[in-house]
Each structure stands twice: as C-alpha cells, then as structure tokens.
Design a protein around this ligand. Structure first.
Ligand SMILES: C[S@@+](CC[C@H](N)C(=O)[O-])C[C@H]1O[C@@H](n2cnc3c(N)ncnc32)[C@H](O)[C@@H]1O
Length: 231
C-alpha cells in the first residue's frame, strides 16, 4: 500500500462508517483532538482575517465542521477519496470540495491563509512533496497545522498501552465496525510505523516553516503548528 489511488480506494471503502469507527475506536477522543487543534490555531492566528482555510485530507469534513469562525471567508476541503468527500457534502451542501492529492495542490503561489491536516500526513504517498506544496501555496507568515498520531522517544505506560491497542486490537474492532478488516489493518500499521514528533517537526522546518507550537496530546497524538517563512 502507498500509492495515492490505493489509499484513496481504501478510504472510499470505509467512508460510510468512517466517523462512527473513529469515535468508537478513540473513545470519542478524536473529537476533542480536532477541537483542541482548532482552538490553538485560532489563538495563535489572533483575530486575523482568514481569506482561505484549506483542510487537506479533509475526508468526511470533520475539521471543517469544527473549525468554523466568522473571520473565515472560504473554507475548502481537499481529498483524493471521492466517497469521503461525498460524505462531507451530505453534511454541508455549501462546502467547497476538491478531489485531489496534497502533492499537487491546484492553487496559486501564496494564495492560502491556513492549511490544516488532521490525521492525513501519515497516509500521503509523498509527504515531502506535500510539505513543499504547503510552503508554496501558503502566504508568507501564515500557518500550517498538523494533527497526527506519532511515536514518542519516551512514552509512559498509557503511551505503551495505546500502542498495544493500536497494533493488536484496533484492526479487529475497526474491521468489525466497518466490515473492512484490510483497511483497519493498514491504518493500524500506518500508525505503528509512523515517525516521531521530532522527525516530523524537522521535516516541517526543512520545508520553510518556523515551529510556533507543539503539544503532545493524550495518549499518542501531537499538534504541530508552523509559520510559513518565504524569505
Ligand atoms: C484518516 S483520514 C482523515 C480525515 C479527516 N482529516 C479527519 O480528521 O477525520 C485520512 C484522509 O487522507 C486522505 N488522503 C490519502 N492520501 C492523500 C493525499 N496524498 N493527499 C491528500 N489526502 C490524502 C484519505 O483519502 C483520507 O480521507
């Protein structure tokens, strides 16, 4: 697995039960994680006007539902999995949605105010190409927010329990909820084999972002917010 089309097909296959499975598998924590990342972003951004808020790997549009603010003019969701996008359209007819991958963003240079990626960078075919695209399309001084499952250099008992759960229990429970064991085996594997927050932070910095904020959330999720620096 790894090709963008394969990953998109996998998400198309679980789109009907994706949200339900997330809420059950995370004991509702996924809702809290997204809300927390949005709140942090809005605090850092202050009252600054947001012309375009781009939710990359939007899936069923959970971030667009949570990250709503009066100072956002346009909210756009982008994802290569069409059936996931259709689910977000069912929730909100007014959303602007684009069926594409993060590696080739159909936007002009310096045209976007915020890029938000929630549980998406892990699944990208070419994460580094996506980061370079984020740097290109974001305006100077504007923010990239990443919310992702990560590995910690040092983790406590709950961290280890969470990884045991992700590796050995999640594939079966996810499979039972959605009827798609293959998809949840892949998702479990992709979490278990992802990089540390420190490596992710270094990658983001390498592609032209100054790290403004990092927070490790219980038990194994991190928020990273980088400010785009073009000069
Ligand atoms: C785990 S879901 C996350 C969805 C949503 N952001 C959320 O918080 O629930 C990952 C999403 O990444 C999308 N995806 C996979 N490869 C991608 C790529 N190369 N570029 C953008 N999105 C991608 C998948 O189609 C899927 O909808």
């Amino acid at each position: 697995m790894g090709k963008r089309e394969d990953v998109a097909e996998l998400f198309n296959g679980i789109s009907d039960k994706y949200e339900l499975a997330n809420h059950i598998l995370s004991f509702g924590l996924d809702i809290f994680w997204r809300k927390k990342a949005c709140r942090k972003l809005f605090r850092i951004n202050g009252g600054e006007k947001i012309e375009i808020f781009l939710d990359v790997a939007t899936g069923t549009g959970e971030v667009l539902k949570v990250c709503k603010k009066k100072n956002i003019k346009y909210s756009i969701g982008l994802d290569p999995a069409l059936k996931m996008l259709k689910k977000s359209k069912e929730k909100d007819q007014n959303l602007i949605l684009i069926n594409a991958g993060a590696e080739e963003l159909p936007f002009k240079d310096s045209s976007i105010d915020i890029i938000f990626v929630s549980f998406g960078v892990r699944n990208m075919e070419d994460r580094k190409k996506a980061f370079s695209e984020f740097h290109r399309v974001l305006k100077d001084g504007k923010y990239l927010v990443i919310l992702e499952f990560i590995h910690r250099e040092k983790g406590g008992i709950f961290y280890h329990l969470a990884h045991f759960y992700i590796k050995y229990i999640l594939p079966y429970v996810g499979g039972m909820i959605t009827g798609n064991f293959k998809a949840y085996k892949y998702l479990s594997y992709s979490i278990d084999h992802f990089i540390t927050a420190n490596i992710l932070k270094n990658e983001v910095e390498y592609f032209g972002f100054k790290i403004e904020y990092i927070e490790n959330l219980f038990p194994t999720v991190s928020i990273i917010i980088g400010k785009n620096e073009k000069n």
